[in-house]
Design a protein around this ligand. Sequence first.
Ligand SMILES: Nc1ncnc2c1ncn2[C@@H]1O[C@H](COP(=O)(O)OP(=O)(O)OP(=O)(O)O)[C@@H](O)[C@H]1O
Ligand SMILES: [Mg+2]
Length: 268
Amino acid sequence: MVRPATLKCGGKMVSPKNVPAWQATQPRGAKRAPTDPVFHVRGVTKVYRMGEVEVHALRGVDLDLYPGEFVVLLGPSGSGKSTLLNILGGLDVPTSGEVFYLDHSLTAASERELTRYRREHVGFVFQFYNLIPSLTALENTALVTEIAENPLNPEECLRLVGLEQRLNHFPSQLSGGEQQRIAIARAVAKRPEVLLCDEPTGALDVKTGVVVLEALERVNRELGTLTVVITHNAVMASMADRVIYFSDGRVHHEHRNEQRLPANQLNW
Ligand SMILES: Nc1ncnc2c1ncn2[C@@H]1O[C@H](COP(=O)(O)OP(=O)(O)OP(=O)(O)O)[C@@H](O)[C@H]1O
Ligand SMILES: [Mg+2]
């Protein structure tokens, strides 16, 4: 797919420089080919400068991620996985290169536009759950729906992750795996197009990890959410549509599975 150098705005072709990235786009719901990527990443580098020291976290990443895919990102520690995920999620910006979310340039977006992008379109799941201890499972999940445009029913989200029996329990009354499933319910409650997960099972034992992966699998299948999961566990590769291997700040290679293995059949 060829990206235009200029973006269409009100019928006129205008330079992206003259128009806020957020306005220089097709209206939401405009017709898009199902094969158009959700993320289009080209030549992305990220250099962290700390005094005299430069850390090259990303050294030129090219990547397209498609609607409804379940993608696993694998690679050694320090290879740039989290840096890329943070850039996709609008939490960080690259040093050079371009990132498009649908027709929106994330690299040309202002801080305010990125905040709106994160709030409306991206669900995050991290290794630690960051739930609010004084709120119940239902309240933790419902919180984001108050500021979302088109949220899901919070109870429905908790059903999706198998916690419909635990709506009124506080985080301290739930196991780590259950808390992580609330974090997933909370992430999907705003009905994001994209779910970005950084080592979601990193703090869990195998059995609990499988239940969390089943929850992600169900979200991906039932809501069609593009799901990107970073892990150190190569076993998880079998449950993905596509596995992307990172090495030294680059995509080293990728692999497409003909068939996805259900999470509960992974061979740990
Ligand atoms: N905020 C930062 N400031 C300075 N250096 C950073 C920062 N964030 C990441 N880095 C460096 O960038 C490189 C890539 O880090 P990143 O966290 O993306 O790796 P990773 O593949 O997610 O590793 P891990 O599997 O250990 O989580 C590392 O060398 C890291 O030290
Ligand atoms: Mg990381």
